[in-house]
Design a protein around this ligand. Structure first.
Ligand code: OSB
Ligand code: MG
Length: 372
Protein backbone atom coordinates (compact mmCIF):
# COMPACT_ATOMS: atom_id res chain seq x y z
CA UNK A 1 0.00 0.00 0.00
CA UNK A 2 1.47 3.36 -1.00
CA UNK A 3 0.23 6.24 1.08
CA UNK A 4 0.10 9.24 -1.25
CA UNK A 5 -1.03 11.92 1.15
CA UNK A 6 -1.96 12.62 4.75
CA UNK A 7 -4.48 15.33 5.65
CA UNK A 8 -4.86 16.84 9.11
CA UNK A 9 -8.08 18.64 10.00
CA UNK A 10 -9.17 20.31 13.20
CA UNK A 11 -12.93 20.27 13.66
CA UNK A 12 -15.01 21.90 16.39
CA UNK A 13 -17.97 20.04 17.84
CA UNK A 14 -20.04 21.35 20.77
CA UNK A 15 -21.14 18.62 23.19
CA UNK A 16 -24.86 18.19 23.84
CA UNK A 17 -24.04 18.33 27.56
CA UNK A 18 -20.79 19.32 29.27
CA UNK A 19 -18.53 16.52 30.50
CA UNK A 20 -16.71 16.87 33.82
CA UNK A 21 -14.02 14.63 35.30
CA UNK A 22 -11.77 15.03 38.33
CA UNK A 23 -9.45 17.10 36.11
CA UNK A 24 -11.95 19.51 34.59
CA UNK A 25 -15.00 20.29 32.50
CA UNK A 26 -15.33 20.39 28.71
CA UNK A 27 -18.22 21.98 26.77
CA UNK A 28 -16.97 21.63 23.25
CA UNK A 29 -14.45 19.39 21.57
CA UNK A 30 -11.56 20.36 19.33
CA UNK A 31 -10.94 17.16 17.40
CA UNK A 32 -7.99 16.33 15.17
CA UNK A 33 -9.02 14.09 12.27
CA UNK A 34 -6.46 12.41 10.05
CA UNK A 35 -7.14 11.00 6.62
CA UNK A 36 -4.81 9.10 4.30
CA UNK A 37 -5.10 8.53 0.55
CA UNK A 38 -3.87 5.21 -0.77
CA UNK A 39 -4.52 3.47 -4.10
CA UNK A 40 -7.68 5.49 -4.69
CA UNK A 41 -9.29 5.10 -1.27
CA UNK A 42 -9.41 7.35 1.78
CA UNK A 43 -8.92 6.04 5.30
CA UNK A 44 -9.88 8.02 8.41
CA UNK A 45 -8.48 8.19 11.92
CA UNK A 46 -9.28 10.31 14.97
CA UNK A 47 -6.71 11.64 17.39
CA UNK A 48 -8.21 11.38 20.86
CA UNK A 49 -5.80 13.86 22.45
CA UNK A 50 -7.79 16.43 24.42
CA UNK A 51 -8.07 20.19 24.29
CA UNK A 52 -5.69 20.38 27.26
CA UNK A 53 -2.83 18.21 28.60
CA UNK A 54 -4.92 17.02 31.57
CA UNK A 55 -5.91 13.41 30.83
CA UNK A 56 -2.48 12.84 29.31
CA UNK A 57 0.53 14.98 28.48
CA UNK A 58 -0.53 14.76 24.84
CA UNK A 59 -3.04 17.33 23.62
CA UNK A 60 -4.16 18.57 20.24
CA UNK A 61 -1.30 21.07 19.96
CA UNK A 62 1.37 18.39 20.46
CA UNK A 63 -0.33 15.85 18.20
CA UNK A 64 -0.60 18.09 15.15
CA UNK A 65 3.14 18.96 14.77
CA UNK A 66 4.19 15.44 15.79
CA UNK A 67 2.15 13.99 12.94
CA UNK A 68 3.18 16.73 10.54
CA UNK A 69 6.94 16.69 11.18
CA UNK A 70 7.62 13.07 12.13
CA UNK A 71 4.86 10.49 11.68
CA UNK A 72 3.39 11.51 8.33
CA UNK A 73 6.87 11.88 6.72
CA UNK A 74 7.83 8.39 8.00
CA UNK A 75 4.68 6.98 6.42
CA UNK A 76 4.97 8.89 3.14
CA UNK A 77 8.62 7.92 2.63
CA UNK A 78 7.98 4.20 3.07
CA UNK A 79 5.71 1.48 1.73
CA UNK A 80 3.47 -0.33 4.19
CA UNK A 81 1.77 -3.66 3.65
CA UNK A 82 -0.74 -3.00 6.37
CA UNK A 83 -1.71 -0.90 9.38
CA UNK A 84 0.30 -3.52 11.24
CA UNK A 85 3.54 -2.03 9.86
CA UNK A 86 3.01 1.50 11.15
CA UNK A 87 4.17 1.00 14.73
CA UNK A 88 7.68 0.02 13.56
CA UNK A 89 7.89 3.09 11.31
CA UNK A 90 6.84 5.33 14.20
CA UNK A 91 8.98 3.65 16.88
CA UNK A 92 11.75 6.24 16.68
CA UNK A 93 9.33 8.81 18.08
CA UNK A 94 9.00 8.34 21.82
CA UNK A 95 5.53 8.51 23.33
CA UNK A 96 2.96 10.54 21.39
CA UNK A 97 0.76 7.47 21.26
CA UNK A 98 -2.45 9.30 20.46
CA UNK A 99 -0.80 10.96 17.48
CA UNK A 100 0.54 7.58 16.32
CA UNK A 101 -2.83 5.89 16.77
CA UNK A 102 -4.65 8.49 14.68
CA UNK A 103 -2.40 7.82 11.71
CA UNK A 104 -2.05 4.06 12.17
CA UNK A 105 -5.81 3.64 12.47
CA UNK A 106 -6.37 5.67 9.31
CA UNK A 107 -4.09 3.20 7.52
CA UNK A 108 -6.06 0.20 8.91
CA UNK A 109 -9.24 1.94 7.79
CA UNK A 110 -7.88 2.41 4.25
CA UNK A 111 -6.61 -1.17 4.19
CA UNK A 112 -10.03 -2.57 5.12
CA UNK A 113 -11.71 -0.50 2.41
CA UNK A 114 -9.11 -1.55 -0.18
CA UNK A 115 -9.65 -5.20 0.70
CA UNK A 116 -13.43 -4.67 0.71
CA UNK A 117 -13.44 -6.22 4.15
CA UNK A 118 -15.05 -5.04 7.39
CA UNK A 119 -12.46 -3.44 9.66
CA UNK A 120 -13.60 -5.59 12.58
CA UNK A 121 -12.75 -8.77 10.65
CA UNK A 122 -9.37 -7.38 9.63
CA UNK A 123 -8.66 -6.75 13.32
CA UNK A 124 -9.56 -10.33 14.18
CA UNK A 125 -12.90 -9.66 15.83
CA UNK A 126 -15.60 -12.27 16.31
CA UNK A 127 -18.52 -10.49 17.97
CA UNK A 128 -21.54 -9.49 15.89
CA UNK A 129 -22.85 -7.11 18.53
CA UNK A 130 -21.20 -5.28 21.39
CA UNK A 131 -22.44 -4.38 24.86
CA UNK A 132 -22.62 -0.72 25.81
CA UNK A 133 -22.26 1.25 29.00
CA UNK A 134 -22.20 4.98 29.66
CA UNK A 135 -19.81 7.27 31.44
CA UNK A 136 -21.60 10.06 33.30
CA UNK A 137 -19.58 13.08 34.32
CA UNK A 138 -19.67 15.09 37.52
CA UNK A 139 -22.82 17.24 37.56
CA UNK A 140 -23.82 20.51 39.22
CA UNK A 141 -26.04 18.62 41.68
CA UNK A 142 -26.84 15.07 42.73
CA UNK A 143 -30.42 15.64 41.50
CA UNK A 144 -29.08 16.38 38.03
CA UNK A 145 -26.97 13.22 38.18
CA UNK A 146 -29.94 11.07 39.26
CA UNK A 147 -31.93 12.45 36.33
CA UNK A 148 -29.13 11.56 33.93
CA UNK A 149 -28.79 8.03 35.29
CA UNK A 150 -32.56 7.50 34.98
CA UNK A 151 -32.39 8.43 31.28
CA UNK A 152 -29.51 6.05 30.56
CA UNK A 153 -30.97 3.15 32.54
CA UNK A 154 -34.26 3.58 30.65
CA UNK A 155 -32.34 3.65 27.36
CA UNK A 156 -31.03 0.16 28.13
CA UNK A 157 -27.34 0.76 28.87
CA UNK A 158 -25.77 -2.22 30.60
CA UNK A 159 -23.41 -0.43 32.93
CA UNK A 160 -23.41 3.03 34.45
CA UNK A 161 -20.05 4.58 35.24
CA UNK A 162 -19.85 7.65 37.43
CA UNK A 163 -16.95 10.06 37.58
CA UNK A 164 -15.81 10.60 41.16
CA UNK A 165 -13.43 12.82 43.12
CA UNK A 166 -13.08 13.89 46.74
CA UNK A 167 -16.31 15.71 47.61
CA UNK A 168 -18.27 13.91 44.84
CA UNK A 169 -18.02 10.25 45.76
CA UNK A 170 -19.39 8.32 48.76
CA UNK A 171 -22.40 10.57 49.44
CA UNK A 172 -23.29 10.51 45.77
CA UNK A 173 -23.01 6.70 45.65
CA UNK A 174 -25.19 6.49 48.73
CA UNK A 175 -27.95 8.40 46.92
CA UNK A 176 -27.57 6.45 43.68
CA UNK A 177 -27.63 3.03 45.37
CA UNK A 178 -30.67 4.08 47.45
CA UNK A 179 -32.52 4.58 44.16
CA UNK A 180 -31.04 1.69 42.15
CA UNK A 181 -29.83 -1.13 44.37
CA UNK A 182 -28.94 -3.57 41.61
CA UNK A 183 -27.80 -1.78 38.43
CA UNK A 184 -24.28 -2.57 37.25
CA UNK A 185 -22.36 0.43 38.55
CA UNK A 186 -18.74 1.49 38.42
CA UNK A 187 -16.72 4.62 39.19
CA UNK A 188 -13.80 6.36 37.52
CA UNK A 189 -11.53 8.57 39.64
CA UNK A 190 -9.08 9.66 36.93
CA UNK A 191 -6.31 9.67 39.56
CA UNK A 192 -8.23 11.69 42.15
CA UNK A 193 -6.86 9.79 45.18
CA UNK A 194 -3.52 9.03 46.83
CA UNK A 195 -2.31 6.00 48.75
CA UNK A 196 -2.71 7.69 52.13
CA UNK A 197 -6.46 7.75 51.43
CA UNK A 198 -6.72 3.92 51.55
CA UNK A 199 -9.26 4.10 54.36
CA UNK A 200 -11.41 6.44 52.30
CA UNK A 201 -11.10 4.38 49.11
CA UNK A 202 -11.97 1.21 51.03
CA UNK A 203 -15.40 2.71 51.73
CA UNK A 204 -16.27 2.24 48.05
CA UNK A 205 -16.48 -1.48 48.90
CA UNK A 206 -19.91 -0.87 50.43
CA UNK A 207 -21.53 -0.09 47.05
CA UNK A 208 -21.13 -3.34 45.14
CA UNK A 209 -19.23 -1.71 42.27
CA UNK A 210 -18.13 -3.60 39.19
CA UNK A 211 -14.86 -1.69 39.42
CA UNK A 212 -13.06 1.45 40.48
CA UNK A 213 -11.16 2.88 37.56
CA UNK A 214 -7.75 4.56 37.93
CA UNK A 215 -7.96 5.56 41.61
CA UNK A 216 -4.28 6.57 41.93
CA UNK A 217 -1.63 8.38 39.89
CA UNK A 218 -1.81 8.22 36.10
CA UNK A 219 1.80 7.02 35.80
CA UNK A 220 1.76 4.49 38.60
CA UNK A 221 1.15 0.73 38.56
CA UNK A 222 2.88 -0.78 41.57
CA UNK A 223 1.03 1.34 44.14
CA UNK A 224 -2.24 0.20 42.59
CA UNK A 225 -1.14 -3.34 43.50
CA UNK A 226 -0.76 -2.19 47.10
CA UNK A 227 -4.21 -0.63 46.98
CA UNK A 228 -5.82 -3.66 45.29
CA UNK A 229 -4.62 -5.85 48.18
CA UNK A 230 -6.33 -3.52 50.63
CA UNK A 231 -9.77 -3.24 49.00
CA UNK A 232 -12.38 -5.70 47.77
CA UNK A 233 -13.60 -3.72 44.75
CA UNK A 234 -11.77 -4.61 41.54
CA UNK A 235 -9.41 -1.97 40.26
CA UNK A 236 -9.50 -1.23 36.52
CA UNK A 237 -6.53 0.62 35.07
CA UNK A 238 -6.96 3.19 32.32
CA UNK A 239 -4.29 5.95 32.23
CA UNK A 240 -1.51 3.70 33.62
CA UNK A 241 -1.63 1.21 30.77
CA UNK A 242 0.40 2.64 27.88
CA UNK A 243 1.23 -0.61 26.10
CA UNK A 244 1.25 -4.39 26.39
CA UNK A 245 4.28 -4.42 28.70
CA UNK A 246 2.45 -2.20 31.17
CA UNK A 247 -0.54 -4.55 30.98
CA UNK A 248 1.70 -7.53 31.68
CA UNK A 249 3.35 -5.81 34.64
CA UNK A 250 -0.01 -4.67 36.04
CA UNK A 251 -1.45 -8.17 35.87
CA UNK A 252 1.71 -9.89 37.15
CA UNK A 253 1.83 -7.55 40.12
CA UNK A 254 -1.90 -7.72 40.87
CA UNK A 255 -2.47 -4.00 40.29
CA UNK A 256 -5.88 -4.53 38.68
CA UNK A 257 -8.42 -7.20 37.74
CA UNK A 258 -9.84 -5.40 34.71
CA UNK A 259 -8.26 -3.30 31.95
CA UNK A 260 -9.78 -0.42 30.00
CA UNK A 261 -8.34 -0.33 26.47
CA UNK A 262 -8.35 2.97 24.62
CA UNK A 263 -6.82 2.56 21.22
CA UNK A 264 -5.45 6.12 21.28
CA UNK A 265 -3.84 5.74 24.70
CA UNK A 266 -1.85 2.67 23.63
CA UNK A 267 -0.77 3.97 20.21
CA UNK A 268 -3.04 2.25 17.70
CA UNK A 269 -4.91 -0.92 16.82
CA UNK A 270 -1.77 -3.11 16.74
CA UNK A 271 -0.82 -2.34 20.33
CA UNK A 272 -4.48 -2.44 21.44
CA UNK A 273 -4.65 -6.00 20.11
CA UNK A 274 -1.49 -6.86 22.08
CA UNK A 275 -2.93 -5.44 25.30
CA UNK A 276 -6.10 -7.44 24.62
CA UNK A 277 -4.04 -10.62 24.14
CA UNK A 278 -2.00 -10.09 27.30
CA UNK A 279 -5.17 -9.66 29.35
CA UNK A 280 -6.72 -12.72 27.73
CA UNK A 281 -3.68 -14.82 28.66
CA UNK A 282 -4.15 -13.70 32.26
CA UNK A 283 -7.87 -14.44 32.01
CA UNK A 284 -8.61 -10.80 32.78
CA UNK A 285 -11.49 -9.10 30.93
CA UNK A 286 -11.06 -5.86 29.02
CA UNK A 287 -13.51 -3.23 27.82
CA UNK A 288 -13.26 -0.39 25.37
CA UNK A 289 -12.81 3.08 26.83
CA UNK A 290 -14.06 6.28 25.23
CA UNK A 291 -12.62 9.76 24.78
CA UNK A 292 -15.75 11.69 23.73
CA UNK A 293 -15.02 10.71 20.14
CA UNK A 294 -16.75 11.85 17.01
CA UNK A 295 -18.21 9.15 14.78
CA UNK A 296 -14.81 8.38 13.25
CA UNK A 297 -13.24 7.30 16.54
CA UNK A 298 -16.51 5.77 17.72
CA UNK A 299 -16.69 3.52 14.64
CA UNK A 300 -13.12 2.38 15.33
CA UNK A 301 -13.99 1.66 18.96
CA UNK A 302 -16.88 -0.52 17.81
CA UNK A 303 -14.59 -2.50 15.49
CA UNK A 304 -12.06 -3.03 18.29
CA UNK A 305 -14.77 -4.12 20.73
CA UNK A 306 -15.55 -7.18 18.56
CA UNK A 307 -12.38 -8.90 19.81
CA UNK A 308 -13.19 -11.87 21.99
CA UNK A 309 -11.85 -10.68 25.32
CA UNK A 310 -13.90 -7.44 25.32
CA UNK A 311 -16.17 -9.12 27.85
CA UNK A 312 -17.49 -6.09 29.73
CA UNK A 313 -19.68 -3.21 28.49
CA UNK A 314 -17.57 -0.42 27.00
CA UNK A 315 -17.87 3.37 27.11
CA UNK A 316 -19.03 3.12 23.52
CA UNK A 317 -22.43 4.74 23.40
CA UNK A 318 -24.81 6.34 20.91
CA UNK A 319 -23.81 9.38 18.81
CA UNK A 320 -26.78 11.34 20.11
CA UNK A 321 -25.50 11.26 23.70
CA UNK A 322 -22.66 13.53 22.55
CA UNK A 323 -23.63 15.36 19.37
CA UNK A 324 -26.60 17.11 17.82
CA UNK A 325 -25.24 15.89 14.51
CA UNK A 326 -22.46 13.32 14.15
CA UNK A 327 -20.05 13.26 11.20
CA UNK A 328 -20.82 9.70 10.18
CA UNK A 329 -23.74 8.12 8.37
CA UNK A 330 -25.59 6.33 9.80
CA UNK A 331 -25.04 7.61 13.33
CA UNK A 332 -24.16 5.08 16.03
CA UNK A 333 -27.34 3.74 17.60
CA UNK A 334 -27.78 1.60 20.67
CA UNK A 335 -30.68 -0.83 21.00
CA UNK A 336 -33.08 -0.96 23.95
CA UNK A 337 -31.05 -3.95 25.12
CA UNK A 338 -27.94 -1.75 25.28
CA UNK A 339 -26.25 -3.28 22.25
CA UNK A 340 -24.68 -1.99 19.04
CA UNK A 341 -25.02 -4.28 16.03
CA UNK A 342 -21.73 -4.50 14.17
CA UNK A 343 -21.99 -3.48 10.52
CA UNK A 344 -20.88 -5.75 7.72
CA UNK A 345 -20.03 -3.28 4.98
CA UNK A 346 -16.34 -2.84 4.03
CA UNK A 347 -14.26 -0.54 6.25
CA UNK A 348 -16.01 0.64 9.40
CA UNK A 349 -19.44 0.31 7.78
CA UNK A 350 -20.02 4.00 8.53
CA UNK A 351 -19.54 6.70 5.89
CA UNK A 352 -17.74 9.89 6.86
CA UNK A 353 -19.93 12.87 5.93
CA UNK A 354 -17.21 14.93 4.33
CA UNK A 355 -19.54 17.85 3.59
CA UNK A 356 -20.30 18.17 7.31
CA UNK A 357 -16.62 17.74 8.20
CA UNK A 358 -15.72 20.51 5.77
CA UNK A 359 -18.23 22.88 7.34
CA UNK A 360 -16.82 22.48 10.84
CA UNK A 361 -13.14 22.42 9.86
CA UNK A 362 -11.14 25.32 11.29
CA UNK A 363 -7.73 24.35 9.92
CA UNK A 364 -6.52 21.84 7.40
CA UNK A 365 -3.15 20.78 6.05
CA UNK A 366 -2.22 18.14 3.47
CA UNK A 367 1.20 16.48 3.30
CA UNK A 368 2.25 14.64 0.16
CA UNK A 369 5.02 12.27 -0.90
CA UNK A 370 8.04 14.23 -2.07
CA UNK A 371 7.02 17.35 -0.16
CA UNK A 372 8.03 16.20 3.30
O1 OSB B 1 -11.21 8.36 31.85
O2 OSB B 1 -12.53 7.26 30.64
C1 OSB B 1 -12.01 8.33 30.93
C2 OSB B 1 -13.48 11.09 28.72
C3 OSB B 1 -12.38 11.90 28.57
C4 OSB B 1 -11.22 11.57 29.21
C5 OSB B 1 -11.13 10.42 30.00
C6 OSB B 1 -12.23 9.60 30.13
C7 OSB B 1 -13.42 9.96 29.52
C8 OSB B 1 -14.66 9.20 29.66
C9 OSB B 1 -15.66 9.40 28.55
O3 OSB B 1 -14.95 8.55 30.62
C10 OSB B 1 -16.13 8.16 27.94
C11 OSB B 1 -16.97 8.47 26.71
O4 OSB B 1 -16.39 8.70 25.63
O5 OSB B 1 -18.17 8.47 26.85
MG1 MG C 1 -11.06 6.38 32.65
Amino acid sequence: MKIESVTLREIHMPLVHFFETSFGRVYSRRILLVSVEADGVRGWGECVAGEDPFYSSEWIETAWPTIKHYLAPALLQNEVESGRDCAALFARVRGHRMAKAALENAVWDAEATLQQKPLWKLLGGTRREITCGVSIGIQDSVEQLIEKIAIEVAAGYRRIKLKVKAGWDLDVLERVRARWSDIVLSVDANSAYTLDQIEHVRKFDAFNLLMIEQPLWNDEIYLHARLQKAIRTSICLDESIRHARDADFALESGACRIINIKVGRVGGFSEAKKVHDVAQRHNVPVWCGGMLESGVGRAHNIALSTLENFRLPGDVSASKRYWKEDIIEPEVEVSKEGMITVRDAPGTGYRVREDVVQKITVREETLRTGET
